[in-house]
Design a protein around this ligand. Structure first.
Ligand code: ACO
Length: 326
């Protein structure tokens, strides 16, 4: 099959910063608690005019430029998001129009924080078989729109942003070596948003009961995340025929510094081999991993031939890991 890799990356984060101090003025929390329990110091918030497709557009034009291709050369656009602009049309179709990617098919993918890795796996399959040549995979979220800013358990965690990559053919021996995706629907109630769906259509009551916001059992999600981050990464490495000593850079989902640290320990990694930027952005769900990747590339932390491991977990429950030779 055709070797598939990443030809270019791009990121975008809205200007507006929401600091821990500001949150402490509206809910009963403080900077010290948030930093020690999560590692997060601030997050970015989209302006009232911006929706997810706008953030996705900004990241995408940068990724296209980095890849050296035009939007017209795209065969497919996949947007991983749990905060689409609207139910339909898909955010991917809205993005296709903004980019002028006239020849591209387009669809959204819903796997919460694992969405970007699910998107990479999909895109990689299309290219490996020769069906498509260039695919844009975007993780983009406006989580601030579904965050309950009266709930201190969740409002400290989430932020807005986008990351994008262009996938295409790479030289033999480079590119994606393995994917490991998983799901456990029995844990669906641990992390969800019910209001406005076909089971709970929007009514005055659903609004009054705050059912249009993220609901989370933080402790159980934490335990699940610690368990799955290490095991998914190890399984993907095994499929790729690699060991944890081969990792040059781990790019984990940026949900909580303590979850990341447990993965680092399990993989015996020195901390400098792990990309961490959650102190600046919080958890951006599907956008966290691609934005962290784009930032690592910008900072010169990714070199030719490096072994990268992506690993994420999220609502569904879902998880995913991938091994890539850059
Ligand atoms: N400020 C101060 N105190 C707080 C805050 C806050 N912001 N939030 C909770 N507390 C309190 C709790 O009420 C609790 O008090 P109690 O003991 O009197 O009940 C106490 O702090 C400890 O609460 P825990 O829930 O045990 O705290 P924990 O150490 O587990 O940290 C956290 C909570 C940060 C939410 C953690 O559980 C976590 O990160 N879980 C994973 C969440 C996650 O990653 N979710 C996103 C998944 S991605 C996606 O798909 C969107």
């Amino acid at each position: 099959s055709i070797p598939v890799g990443i030809l270019g990356t791009g990121k975008y984060a809205p200007e507006r910063r929401l600091t821990n101090e500001e949150l402490a003025q509206t809910v009963d929390t403080n900077d010290e608690w948030i930093v020690t329990r999560t590692g997060i110091r601030e997050r970015r918030i989209a302006s009232p005019e911006q929706a997810t497709s706008d953030l996705a557009y900004e990241a995408s034009i940068r990724a296209l430029e980095a890849a050296g291709i035009t939007a017209e050369e795209l065969d497919l656009i996949i947007v991983a998001t749990i905060t689409p602009d609207m139910f339909f049309p898909s955010t991917a179709c809205l993005l296709q129009e903004k980019l002028g990617a006239k020849k591209a098919a387009a669809f959204d993918l819903s796997a919460a924080c694992s969405g970007f890795i699910y998107g990479l796996a999909n895109a990689s399959g299309f290219i490996a078989t020769g069906m498509y040549r260039h695919i844009l995979v975007v993780g983009a979220e406006c989580l601030s729109r579904i965050t309950d800013y009266t709930d201190r358990n969740t409002c400290i965690l989430f932020g807005d942003g986008a990351g994008a990559v262009v996938l295409g053919q790479v030289p033999e021996g480079r590119g994606f070596q393995a994917f490991k995706l998983g799901a456990d629907g029995s844990g669906g109630e641990l992390l969800r948003l019910c209001g406005g769906g076909s089971r709970m259509p929007s009514t005055e009551a659903t609004i009054a009961e705050r059912r249009h916001f993220i609901e989370m059992n933080g402790r159980d999600v934490f335990k699940f995340a610690v368990r799955v981050m290490g095991s998914a990464a190890e399984e993907a490495l095994a499929i790729a025929g690699k060991s944890k000593n081969d990792i040059d850079l781990l790019i984990p989902h940026q949900a909580n510094i303590r979850i990341i640290q447990s993965a680092i320990e399990r993989l015996d990694l020195p901390e400098e081999k792990c990309m961490i930027n959650l102190h600046k952005y919080g958890n951006m769900s599907a956008a966290s991993i691609p934005l962290a990747l784009a930032e690592a590339v910008e900072e010169g932390r990714v070199k030719d031939g490096d072994c990268l491991v992506f690993v994420g977990f999220g609502g569904g429950l879902t998880w995913g890991a991938s091994v890539l030779i850059w």
